[in-house]
Design a protein around this ligand. Structure first.
Ligand SMILES: [Fe+2]
Length: 246
């Protein structure tokens, strides 16, 4: 089975369109979404519609999906994130808001092949930035393979019997073969708001038969996404950061 692993789209219609266009030329069997479909960007309804059209789809909610759909009030958000979330809540159509609200909480096991979580499989709102957080998650779970999002940083953590290793990815396409006997925490990066210093949209394709993960970096029309953010009256830093990838 070949899975599209999509995360942190953040209402960035241009970026999601570029990814969908790119994978049209590839064979894939199922789309898997790790949360944060909306928040920050200017096209929440279009991105919800586009993701819902990818079928079959397994997905979970992210922290922004919770606040934008009214499950939480966003008291942990900074001012800009909260302003964007309240704007998104007003813009979402009723069916899209209800669909977002119905996204399950992670972790979720997909096809008995791997797990998915937004932050971590222990706490959907917690971050995995480095090996210490990754090791804590490995210790408290037993998933052989878990894909996660939330940090917007593409990375693979490998736990072998004697070491934990960080594998950083290289644009535009990084292919990695999973080793037997090791466990993995894998972040495909963010489609709509990359934060690794590279503005290219980031997502992964996981081939569960060949046990390979490929992290793709895709160019999209960043300036159009920025223009829509400014035209919507959303905070300017949300537009500026798209060109910087942070
Ligand atoms: Fe996010």
């Amino acid at each position: 089975m070949k899975y599209l692993i999509l995360s942190d789209i953040h209402s960035n219609r241009e970026a999601l369109e570029a990814v969908v266009q790119f994978v049209r030329r590839k064979r894939w069997d199922k789309a898997v979404f790790l949360g944060d479909l909306v928040g920050y960007g200017a096209n929440p309804n279009q991105t919800v519609d586009m993701l819902r059209e990818l079928r079959p789809l397994s997905g979970i909610r992210g922290n922004h999906d919770k606040v934008c759909s009214g499950i939480e009030n966003g008291e942990m958000f900074n001012r800009i994130a909260l302003e964007a979330a309240m704007w998104t809540r007003r813009k979402l159509t009723r069916p899209n808001l209800l669909w977002l609200k119905s996204l399950p909480r992670g972790p979720l096991v997909v096809d008995n092949a791997f797990a998915i979580s937004h932050g971590t499989p222990v706490d959907e709102d917690a971050y995995i930035f480095g090996e210490i957080e990754a090791l804590n998650v490995f210790r408290r779970t037993d998933f052989p393979i878990c894909f996660f999002g939330h940090s917007h940083f593409p990375v693979i953590f490998e736990l072998s019997p004697d070491a934990i290793t960080t594998i950083l990815t290289v644009a535009p396409a990084f292919r990695f073969k999973l080793r037997e006997g090791a466990r993995y925490l894998i972040n495909p990066g963010s489609i709509g708001q990359p934060r690794d210093g590279n503005p290219l949209s980031s997502f992964a394709i996981f081939d569960s038969t060949a046990r390979t993960v490929t992290i793709h970096r895709i160019a999209y029309r960043v300036q159009n996404a920025q223009r829509r953010i400014l035209e919507a009256g959303l905070p300017r830093p949300l537009a500026d950061r798209l060109a910087l990838g942070r």
